[in-house]
Design a binder for this molecule. Structure first.
Ligand SMILES: C[S@@+](CC[C@H](N)C(=O)[O-])C[C@H]1O[C@@H](n2cnc3c(N)ncnc32)[C@H](O)[C@@H]1O
Length: 230
């Protein structure tokens, strides 16, 4: 039964792709929810920090993955839902630097990071939260335990002093807030909010945060005008 349901979802994904409906390719306008200030900030992070590998959790339609792909860096993205996975896999097939995976984010990160090259400077884009699925705490714990040479961008995150930014809240201890991170038993890290006020941001105005466990990388982030230290 489960097999049949999954096969139907996979076929739906391929049908979505074949029909070429623009709204399925750009559900929120563009990559990163259509937020131009965030797109520029992440572009600056990639170049200023010398990022050489990108990992996204929560592929969905592959909209942000496709934007990341244009940097030409090795890029992996992971998705649990067959419909979205097969859609994105077809969409991203023209990029030789992109690997799309069908898996849960925590299982994928555990497998990948246990034998990653410590010299790799990885940008993580954590976006696998959705309809009561909130693997963020475990994702962070796996990253902090295995790969500190990294910068972590989390989508849909509360910006404490800017209530015009939206964020995900799935109930007690399931809201994407600083308290949630503080209760995640992580080693020391530096954190940054967007410097652009939500009122001046475009698109969905979804909040975000940047974390790094690596002091040298924190110095790089501090120099970027589109970020501010917390
Ligand atoms: C908010 S959407 C991602 C949007 C996408 N990153 C973008 O910018 O266009 C969240 C996606 O995460 C997926 N997801 C939910 N839980 C997951 C998990 N544990 N592991 C991997 N993907 C997951 C959902 O199926 C959904 O497609």
């Amino acid at each position: 039964m489960n097999y049949i349901r999954q096969t139907i979802r996979a076929l739906k994904g391929l049908t979505d792709y074949a029909l070429r409906d623009h709204r399925k390719f750009y559900p929120w306008g563009f990559a990163m929810n259509g937020q131009t200030s965030r797109l520029e900030a992440v572009r600056q992070i990639i170049y200023a920090a010398g990022i050489n590998r990108i990992i996204e959790t929560g592929t969905f339609r592959g909209t942000t993955t496709e934007w990341f792909a244009q940097f030409g860096l090795p890029l992996e993205t992971v998705e649990t839902d067959q419909r979205f996975f097969y859609f994105a896999k077809a969409r991203l097939s023209r990029f030789s630097n992109v690997e799309a995976h069908l898996d849960s984010s925590v299982s994928f990160l555990s497998k990948r990071l246990s034998h990653a090259d410590r010299r790799d400077r990885i940008l993580f884009y954590l976006d696998a939260h959705w309809e009561n699925s909130l693997p963020l705490r475990e994702e962070l714990q796996v990253i902090f335990a295995n790969h500190t040479n990294s910068i972590i961008v989390i989508d849909d995150f509360n910006v404490r002093d800017d209530t015009d930014y939206n964020y995900d809240d799935y109930g007690p201890d399931k809201a994407l807030t600083l308290e949630y991170i503080e209760n995640s038993n992580l080693p020391p890290y530096c954190a940054f909010y967007p410097a652009t006020p939500a009122k001046q941001e475009t698109g969905m105005k979804s909040g975000w945060i940047v974390l790094t466990p690596e002091p040298e990388l924190a110095g790089v982030l501090r120099a970027l005008a589109l970020l501010r230290s917390i």
